[in-house]
Design a protein around this ligand. Sequence first.
Ligand code: HEC
Length: 122
Amino acid sequence: MRIAWIGLILAVAGCAVEPPAPSGTALFAENCATCHGAGAGGTEIAPDLTGIAARHGGVFPRAKVLSTIDGFHRTPALGSEMPQWGLIFGDPTARVDVGDGIETPVSPELLAVMEHLERLQR
Ligand code: HEC
């Protein structure tokens, strides 16, 4: 009986220490700004990320941006200098609706950095 109680207490404690949602702003500054610029406006080596929506008819293409960052979707014409962040970011424990009404599993870091870019669109 005592062992069952200890198990229950550990289970409840485990739920309480869920990690906080990562900061997209901090992730961008740490991992992306060196190539894309501090304000994501682009540099000589990497494209501007503030005009993605403008380049897509005013709609921010969530699925395309997620898959580009993740490493699925590449632009061979521009080279493939960008790391495949899907290999570096954590497990897909968050959910995102890319516009099709379906909640797709995604890494919390990937989601946070995509939402950061979405907010930066001009
Ligand atoms: C080593 C340099 C480098 C780093 C670091 C880097 N990128 Fe990139 N990124 C590029 C290059 C070069 C391209 C264009 C070629 C390509 O698609 O691979 C690109 C393309 C992109 C695109 C597609 C832009 C478009 O117009 O479709 C997105 C979105 C993007 N990067 C986001 C990010 C994010 C978010 C991070 C940080 C988590 C990041 N990048 C880190 C070099 C980099």
